[in-house]
Design a protein around this ligand. Structure first.
Ligand SMILES: NC(=O)c1ccc[n+]([C@@H]2O[C@H](COP(=O)([O-])OP(=O)(O)OC[C@H]3O[C@@H](n4cnc5c(N)ncnc54)[C@H](O)[C@@H]3O)[C@@H](O)[C@H]2O)c1
Length: 442
């Protein structure tokens, strides 16, 4: 496919070129949703020579992207600068009608959970309504947002059929789950294989042409449902194993054994073991959310999945356990949570990102405050957070205060933690501060 947008048409290797009368498209791809997944994907596709239209519902997000305020890896920031200079092959818009200008439409909108841990399908449903309304014959639609099994058919294939567009002949529809690891340069999207399940083989072939430009290789599966289930299995696997690692950490502390040493030793086994690490809980847009999409759909069929349910219950209860442990370690100094001055160090859900979605730190802070503690936080990536009591701004100089307790929640690369040696009580929820003097492990 050429980088010259005027020459592009819907063709893929091994697939007949567009028949006379079939549309040509201004862009190779439209990316719907320019968030943690969509923006790096759009930039990777542009870097690979594709012409890209980014569709984003939020003007504020577009302003942030244009002003270089998006939370990106340095390499993606370089790509963004290049893309913004290439008006011809990289544009961003809020105009959904322009989706008709792209040969392929790739949907990367959020699939969060609500306060009751139920899937919130509103953003995905709304985006799919827009996509379906503007689909033109010959387009390829790629749904990448994590979702329940059957969603691609419910939200795209069936509504398109009602519009008279048959997947596999008039248009091409696949589900290709995203595996990006935002903020982690070692897990480059370009090296990661991409699973694709289509309504027909022809659909997979069409999608493969685009996805191969930003993936290690494409692994086809036999159906959209198999691809949807693959993503749910991957992230449920992580949720279950992280819950197990947390449980082993709690048990090991009780038995006076160092869990970090145990995990490192177990990881020497060349087969049948994969290390997962304990921590203050899981956050982000994937592990605390995705398994709930599966559990939700199973509930409708009265199907019980006790192992997954227990793991997700443990995921949800972890922040409360962290707060209980804060009380325990404070009590070793004759202090209580009520009235204590507590610092939460690092509130991002993982190192080196500015993302607090589902971060355990948020619930931990609310619970510590509810227990009567005076809570501050420090995080070089995050200036402001929302708490149950309103906005809280980061302490820019946490080393200048005498804290009763420092809870180390997230350690960003290069963080200055030398001053922690002076803190009287440190609760290490990262399990990484082995050499610290007054350290308690979670
Ligand atoms: N963040 C991750 O680590 C990660 C990894 C793999 C998969 N995923 C999955 O990818 C999907 C996207 O996640 P994300 O982290 O990028 O979400 P995000 O919230 O960072 O970004 C989504 C973007 O979509 C925009 N948007 C919402 N509705 C829209 C619409 N109708 N039209 C245009 N734009 C719209 C939002 O404004 C936002 O900028 C989710 O399903 C998630 O589960 C995320």
């Amino acid at each position: 496919m050429t980088n010259n947008p005027s020459l592009n048409s819907v063709t893929a290797p091994g697939i007949p070129a567009a028949r006379t009368g079939e549309p040509t498209f201004r862009y190779d791809v439209a990316v719907v949703g320019l968030g943690y997944v969509g923006l790096p994907t759009a930039l990777a596709l542009h870097k690979a020579g594709k012409s890209v239209l980014g569709l984003e519902i939020s003007c504020r997000r577009l302003d942030d992207i244009r002003a270089g305020r998006a939370d990106l890896l340095p390499s993606d920031n370089d790509r963004l600068a290049g893309a913004l200079d290439d008006e011809h092959a990289f544009q961003m818009t809020t105009d959904t009608a322009r989706l008709a200008e792209a040969a392929t439409v790739l949907v990367c909108v959020p699939t969060p959970i609500d306060h009751h841990l139920l899937p919130d399908l509103k953003p995905l449903a709304a985006a799919c309504v827009d996509v379906v309304a503007h689909t033109v014959s010959g387009q390829t639609l790629i749904l990448t947002s994590t979702t329940y099994v059957g969603c691609t058919r419910d939200f795209l294939v069936e509504p398109l059929r009602r519009r008279g567009l048959e997947a596999g002949s008039d248009i091409f529809v696949v589900f290709a789950p995203e595996r990006i690891d935002p903020g982690v340069a070692d897990h480059a999207q370009a090296d990661c294989p991409r699973v694709v399940g289509g309504v027909t083989e022809q659909c997979v072939a069409h999608a493969t042409e685009l996805l191969a430009a930003c993936a290690g290789y494409v692994h086809p599966v036999s159906s959209v449902e198999a691809a949807e289930m693959t993503k749910l299995y991957e992230n449920t696997f992580r949720a279950v194993n992280i819950s197990l690692a947390n449980e082993f950490a709690d048990i090991s502390r009780g038995l006076g054994v160092d869990i970090v040493e145990v995990i490192a030793a177990a990881a020497t086994k060349p087969y049948g073991f994969m290390p997962f690490h304990p921590g203050p809980g899981v956050g982000g847009h994937c592990i605390p959310c995705d398994p709930h999409y599966l559990l939700w759909q199973l509930r409708a069929d009265r199907v019980h999945a006790p192992l997954i349910e227990t793991a997700m219950e443990r995921v949800a209860s972890r922040p409360g356990n962290v707060v209980r442990r804060c009380g325990e370690v404070l009590s070793t100094t004759g202090t209580m949570l009520a009235g204590a001055k507590v610092l939460v160090l690092g509130v991002a859900y993982k190192p080196d990102v500015a993302d607090v979605r589902e971060s355990p730190a948020l619930e931990i802070i609310d619970r510590l405050r509810a227990a009567g503690a005076t809570v501050s936080y420090a995080d070089p990536h995050i200036d402001l957070i929302d708490t149950a009591d309103g906005e809280l701004t980061a302490d820019p100089a946490p080393e200048a205060t005498e804290w009763d307790l420092v809870l180390v929640h997230t350690l960003h690369r290069g963080a200055d933690i030398a001053w922690l040696e002076r803190a009287p009580v440190v609760l290490d929820a990262t399990f990484r501060l082995h050499d610290l003097k007054h350290r308690h492990v979670l």
